[in-house]
Design a protein around this ligand. Structure first.
Ligand SMILES: [Zn+2]
Length: 686
């Protein structure tokens, strides 16, 4: 898919180039060919052109440019090899030590080590690597890479990547570090817009006790404050547990969400327990009962039903205008849409869209909907996109599991000691289990837990886990097993990959999928039976329904960003209307046939759409990737060797990685096949 402004970026970049560039390029290209021979011509032309694309007047005049090119072009293979090796080694050192500093600076806030003082937060917020790319352009280390190694487009990586050698892939990744040169003020503007939209979202609470239904009744408890959209959505989910009283609550939350999307929500009711609001009639009154103090600004304000004046869309538009400022400095991906799909995800937008549509239009949607309807005993309503009644049952209560875990792991050290044993249970040989365990350090986490890999081979991965005074509980163990999956991936994909420039996985969806494989076997690691087939089926149906929901949300996010690029001069009000229309269109196409209701705007409610710069498509892709990897593990039997084989592939494109791992490119087939089996199992169990 092309954006209307696809070609705009490169043109702007060209106009900022010094006037002498063209003739210097020609001059240097023929001088270098004369020196190194015709066989080097393609490489010479490519390199000189790449340098010129990023060269600015303050980098030097024509003589400086020509001198730079003459001095730094590696004219033969031996010099090129030395150059490559040196960059690989030194960048590993740079990344590794920067990461080490970051880890140390975050230690007090990340770990359970006593109070966090104000200066600890400042240390945690400091990133010593923030200006590395700028520095490398300023001291010309970046230009040397651009002169000698190829810049590629996603199209080239997809077309030719399968035939490239591993070294070529490493060169491609090296050059990609310097594929854009965004001025500091543009980065600052993007960061500022991101922070402001994050702030807008973070303060968007609805005080539920102050919502009145048609009869003027309060259906939610006092003091309940829900952040849009996460808490609102989660309340809809929670309410399924109480079918007697759920409907009025769930319908009311849907009504609130729709008012937020359409911006017909009265501004005074946002984050304000000082007013009562009927979201159906939209009448606002001073609160008849008090359960909390209104925030300072709103306390004395006159109560009004004036709508929020398209602030949601003004905030989103600021994100867009800030992101757009980077376009001229990113020649291989000249829009934010390109950067998200071609660089961050490395899956072309058109292909990703087709995958989403394959899920959305699958006949399995209707079958799953029918199953939900029969379980609910009523026709589906739009908020049932968040149905959460597919639940893997368990033979054990949480309390029983807590007891087993706390006995086994009274301390973080006890878990650390058991890692080789846990890995052997997952099918790793004793040698590989010990090797990986030696590369993992367990730390007591302040929060629920996380994994922090290292960026150089001389450092170890850190597993942060929460251990209560009474020992580890089941929830903590379940998370620790997930994080251990990350650590094992991090160890193989750094220490055992053939080029450190290829360290890692294609994107976060892959490391999450690998971590879920570990997490899914947590009961067996405790010596308990694995979840049974019915439980597996419920989990699969839950994932499928979640993918169906988020696939539509992702399409809205994509549609809105295209609309903004097509209408850069639009007003926030026009953006509001466009978003509402896009949400309705996608609903009408893929959801109305299942829910039997048209023109629902719920798909536009996600807060990420406002503050996360086209992040939402990551979610459905993550589900698909997880099922592909899970399916491959199922086929392979033992997890250990298969996990190691996959993780050592490193950071190539998602499709190439997945083909190596499973024999197929990224796609929804594994998810759909698992869902088909799950529906059969769930139907049989009925
Ligand atoms: Zn994770």
């Amino acid at each position: 898919m092309q954006t209307s402004s696809q070609t705009g970026g490169a043109q702007v970049a060209a106009t900022t180039q010094p006037a002498w560039v063209k003739s210097s390029i020609a001059k240097m290209a023929s001088a270098l060919v004369a020196k190194y021979g015709d066989s080097e011509q393609t490489r010479i032309q490519r390199g000189v052109h790449q340098v010129s694309e990023f060269w600015r007047a303050d980098d030097g005049d024509a003589a400086a440019f020509e001198d730079f090119v003459r001095t730094n072009f590696a004219g033969n293979q031996a010099t090129l090899d030395t150059l490559f090796d040196r960059y690989q080694r030194l960048l590993e050192q740079l990344d590794g030590h920067m990461h080490e500093i970051n880890r140390e600076f975050n230690q007090q806030s990340d770990l359970d080590l006593g109070p966090v003082l104000p200066f600890d937060e400042l240390f945690a917020g400091y990133d010593p690597s923030a200006h590395v790319v700028d520095d490398f352009f300023n001291n010309k280390l970046a230009f040397i890479v651009l002169l000698n190694f190829p810049l590629t487009t996603l199209d080239e990586r997809l077309k030719n990547g399968a035939t490239w050698s591993r070294r070529q892939w490493a060169e491609v990744r090296l050059t990609q570090r310097f594929d854009k040169r965004i001025p500091a003020d543009v980065n600052l503007a993007i960061a500022r817009a991101g922070a402001e939209s994050g702030q807008y979202i973070a303060e968007y609470n609805i005080w539920m006790y102050h919502l009145l239904d048609q009869q003027g009744q309060r259906v939610f408890p006092p003091k309940m404050r829900l952040l849009s959209h996460w808490n609102l959505r989660d309340e809809i989910k929670t309410d399924y547990a109480d079918p007697q009283n759920s409907l009025p609550k769930q319908r009311m939350i849907q009504q609130v969400m729709e008012r937020i999307v359409t911006q017909t929500i009265p501004e005074d009711v946002i984050n304000n327990p000082g007013v009562d609001w009927n979201p159906y009639t939209n009448v606002v009154k001073p609160a008849a009962v008090k359960d909390a103090d209104p925030p300072p600004g709103k306390a004395s304000a006159k109560v009004s039903d004036a709508r929020e004046p398209d602030t949601r869309y003004a905030v989103l538009q600021k994100d867009f205008l800030a992101a757009k400022k980077a376009d001229p400095y990113s020649p291989t991906a000249p829009t934010l849409i390109d950067r998200r799909f071609d660089e961050d995800r490395e899956i072309p937008e058109a292909r990703l869209k087709a995958m989403l549509e394959q899920v959305l239009s699958s006949p399995l949607v209707g079958q799953t909907a029918a199953l939900i309807q029969s379980r609910l005993g009523r026709p589906l309503e739009p908020f049932d996109v968040w149905y959460n009644g597919f639940r893997p049952g368990s033979q054990y209560t949480e309390a029983q599991l807590d007891e087993i875990v706390s006995k086994k792991y009274p301390t973080a050290e006890a878990y650390q000691k058991d890692i080789p044993n846990l890995l052997m249970k997952l099918g790793f040989s004793p040698e590989r289990a010990q090797y990986v365990a030696n590369n993992i350090i367990v730390d007591p986490a302040r929060g629920s837990g996380h994994a922090m890999g290292s960026q150089m081979r001389s450092e170890k991965a850190h597993l942060r886990t929460r251990v209560e005074k009474t020992g580890m509980n089941y929830k903590g163990f379940n998370i620790a097993v997930h994080e251990m999956g990350h650590n094992v991936e991090q160890t193989f994909s750094l220490n055992d990959v053939d080029y450190t420039l290829l360290q890692g996985v294609p994107n976060t969806a892959f490391t999450e999928a690998l971590a879920f494989v570990f997490q899914g076997h947590d009961l067996e690691l405790l010596g308990l039976p694995a979840p049974d087939a019915k439980s597996q089926a419920e989990k699969t149906l839950n994932d499928f329904w979640g993918t169906y929901e988020i696939a539509g949300v992702a399409l809205v996010d994509m549609g809105v960003w295209h609309w903004m690029y097509d209408h850069p001069q639009a007003t926030p009000q026009q953006l509001n209307q466009a978003t509402v229309q896009i949400s309705k269109n996608i609903w009408n196409k893929y959801y109305a046939p299942v829910f039997h209701k048209n023109d629902v705007v719920l798909l536009g409610i996600y807060s990420h759409m406002i503050d996360s710069f086209l992040y939402l498509p990551d979610y459905p892709i993550g589900h698909m990737i997880a099922f592909q990897i899970e399916e491959q593990m199922r086929k392979a039997g033992a997890i250990g060797p298969e996990f190691e084989r996959m993780a050592k592939m490193g950071r190539v494109t998602p499709d190439l990685w997945m083909e190596h791992a499973t024999g197929k490119p990224v796609g929804p087939d594994a998810l759909l096949e698992a869902t088909q089996r799950a529906l059969a199992a769930a139907g049989a169990a009925k």
